[in-house]
Design a protein around this ligand. Structure first.
Ligand code: GLU
Length: 283
């Protein structure tokens, strides 16, 4: 068994991250398996080295160690570009020149699990128009969802302890796989990394279960193995809402600095025992 924890260094880790890492770590160690760390630092404008350092300090405080060197997404851009080239050559992605405002202004933009469903404005551009505009205009690359789904057929994954779950990637519409300022989306990078790292069990929060629809589709298109998934309950605050990076009170740094014993906290979290005022909830 090989599990991983993959923080994005765009803020301080909080109790929700602690619960997540403890779940992934405990699963691997209980099975005599390995546990890896991945730094999801692909978003160059929001990722910060002080958050990386802070996250490593939080994990050490929790008593979590990892096997091998942490994987950095920022070191793997060539791999993401190669996968995008492959999808492009096979006609599964197209360039999109729409701005956010263009999409918001579209009357036919219903919402799916990943936000507004792209109305498809740029999907039908001719090859000549695409080539001309790609050379001259900012653009992102979108997955042609209908083509992708037609190629992949019916998809499912094993949700640990719950049997198979049917993936519904079509509900997401033509998602973005790469843009100029972020050369691979979370979906593309995470799917490729989990495969390259040989992750057998992806243990992560239930807020990401809809993303698994897309990851399962990308696995099929890119001929990657499908790990087993476990989407765990989310840590919520007294208001019943799940913790966010802005909830400073629950930040691991503040707990660490308040003198709380991280190893005791980790053991409690491993037994689903949360500090007063917090609870676990399934969305
Ligand atoms: N970097 C992602 C996050 O923090 C990782 C999600 C995942 O585990 O796939 O939400």
């Amino acid at each position: 068994m090989l599990t991983r924890f993959a923080p994005s260094p765009t803020g301080e880790l909080h109790l929700g991250h602690a619960y997540s890492v403890v779940c992934a770590y405990a699963a691997a160690r209980a099975a005599g398996g390995d546990f890896r760390l991945r730094i999801d630092d692909i978003d160059g404008s929001r990722s910060r080295e002080d958050y990386v350092a802070g996250s490593l300090a939080d994990l050490a405080w929790l008593g979590i160690d990892w096997d091998g060197a942490p994987v950095r997404q920022s070191n793997r851009l060539g791999c993401y570009a190669a996968a995008l080239d492959d999808l492009r050559a096979r006609g599964f992605v197209y360039p999109c020149f729409c701005t956010r405002a263009d999409i918001a202004a579209s009357l036919s933009a219903p919402h799916g699990p990943s936000g507004a469903i792209y109305p498809g404005t740029c999907r039908g551009l001719s090859a000549a128009t695409r080539d001309r505009r790609v050379a001259a205009e900012p653009h992102c690359w979108r997955l042609d969802m209908a083509r992708a789904v037609a190629e992949a057929g019916d998809l499912a994954w094993e949700e640990q302890g719950q049997g198979h779950r049917v993936a519904d990637p079509a509900a997401h519409g033509d998602i973005v796989l790469a843009r100029k300022d972020a050369p691979a989306s979370y979906h593309l990078a995470s799917t490729l990394d989990d495969a390259a790292m040989g992750i057998t069990h992806v243990v992560r929060g239930a807020d990401l279960i809809a993303s698994t629809d897309v990851h399962r589709l990308l696995q099929a298109l890119l001929r990657l193995p499908t790990p087993i998934y476990r989407h765990h309950a989310l840590v919520c605050g007294a208001d019943g809402k799940r913790l966010a990076k802005r909830d400073a009170a629950a930040s691991l740094k503040s707990l660490r600095e308040a003198g709380i014993d991280g190893r005791v906290l980790a053991a409690d979290l491993a037994g689903d025992r949360l500090p007063a005022g917090y609870s676990l909830q399934n969305p």
